[in-house]
Design a protein around this ligand. Structure first.
Ligand code: TXA
Ligand code: MG
Length: 345
């Protein structure tokens, strides 16, 4: 059902700004509203109301078995959602909140059933964006919010991306400009003795290790390098319009592969660092910034994935990046977005 999507661009991020009050009222009336966070834009709904949350799944076309992250205004709201707060979780909240770290804790059932997809646990984070925090304060309840893209598409890092995917499907969009981190939060399971990273993100393993004695990485995140994906995995996550191939090798290998596929008549779009682009004689290119600044690459990645249109390119080749720090999250998203890896050995 097509509806008029309102676009608000508040000049100030305070909980009593008329735009923010209007957006909060829409949320209280069980509507869904997109808002910026420091990672990506989220699509919010009252996390305690099943009917409101259902509208998120409908608007995104999201599978019902994928749970949503609950966003809170402060630590106090966490107590309302969980059975208890383990010591490590308290330490992590004190250290990294507000910020791009989602904690998986035992739910006490206050979050709606469809938020947790029937699991006994709930993912919670306090975002660092002043507009998100003003909205959370105005609405006075926790907000469930997945990334505000159609399911399977790259996450939105600008209000314009949300419009591309969801215009006419949601009540409104709060425009707060481009997001900062550019990749989603780190998801950390705190229900076992040793916390486990389920999704790498803005708060890196290295940063977590500065405050925790031990951090594990979920086995599903390891050992993926170089493994070609089955065709069935195509277009499941962060997918650009044309098939994305990862080129895993040095710059010479990248150039060889590019020339080979071009000479076979393919129109190839290239997503790469400034350093590699400086060596290429090719027109269809998008820069992700310097490979020495992985934060910059994270910030530009989803925009780059949205840029190439199916009408313009047959294939997209992307460079691979160093996996330290936020590089782990960058490569995790690139692998998920890709349908094939070309390896140099
Ligand atoms: O940065 C972010 O986290 C953004 C902004 C909007 O806050 N949100 C976001 O939400 O990325 P979404 O729905 O696109 O990703 C949520 C991730 C999924 O991988 C989901 O499976 C996982 O968090 N998740 C949520 N609740 C969980 C739970 N109880 N147990 C395990 N994983 C959970
Ligand atoms: Mg998402």
């Amino acid at each position: 059902m097509e509806k008029q999507t309102k676009l608000w661009k508040p000049a100030e991020y305070t909980q009593d700004h008329p735009d923010i009050v209007e957006a909060a009222n829409a949320l209280k009336a069980k509507d869904v509203v997109a808002f910026p966070t420091e990672t990506v834009y989220g699509l919010g709904a009252d996390a305690t109301n099943e009917e409101a949350v259902q509208r998120i799944f409908d608007a995104k076309g999201r599978p019902a078995d994928n749970p949503l992250i609950v966003h809170v205004a402060d630590q106090q709201q966490v107590g309302q959602l969980v059975t208890h707060i383990p010591e490590v979780a308290q330490l992590l909240m004190d250290t990294f909140w507000p910020g791009p770290l989602t904690l998986i804790l035992e739910s006490n059932g206050t979050a709606a059933q469809n938020v947790t997809a029937g699991l006994s646990t709930v993912g919670i984070r306090m975002p660092e964006h002043p507009l998100a925090l003003a909205l959370l304060k105005a609405v006075e309840r926790p907000l469930a919010a997945p990334s505000a893209n159609r399911s399977g598409r790259p996450s939105p890092t600008a209000a314009d991306h949300v419009i591309q995917d969801l215009d006419g499907r949601i009540a409104g969009i709060l425009d707060g400009g481009a997001t900062g981190v550019g990749l989603e939060s780190t998801v950390l399971d705190c229900t076992s003795d040793v916390p486990v990273i389920l999704r790498p993100g803005g708060i890196t393993k290295e940063k977590l290790e500065q405050v925790l004695p031990e951090v594990r990485v979920d086995p599903s995140l390891l050992g993926e390098a170089g493994k070609p994906k089955s065709p069935g995995m195509k277009y499941t996550h962060y997918a650009p319009e044309a098939p994305l191939w990862l080129i895993d090798g040095n710059d010479d290998f990248f150039m060889e592969q590019l020339n080979r596929y071009k000479s076979e008549g393919n129109r190839v779009g290239v997503i790469a660092s400034d350093e590699l682009l400086a060596k290429l004689d090719h027109e269809q290119v998008i820069s992700c910034g310097s490979r020495k600044k992985v934060d910059e690459i994270a910030g530009k990645l989803y925009h780059a994935l949205r840029e190439f249109k199916r009408s313009e390119v047959d294939l997209i080749f992307a460079e691979t990046f160093d996996e330290s720090g936020v590089g782990a999250a960058v490569m995790n998203r690139l692998r998920k977005a890709s349908v094939k890896v070309l390896e140099s050995h």
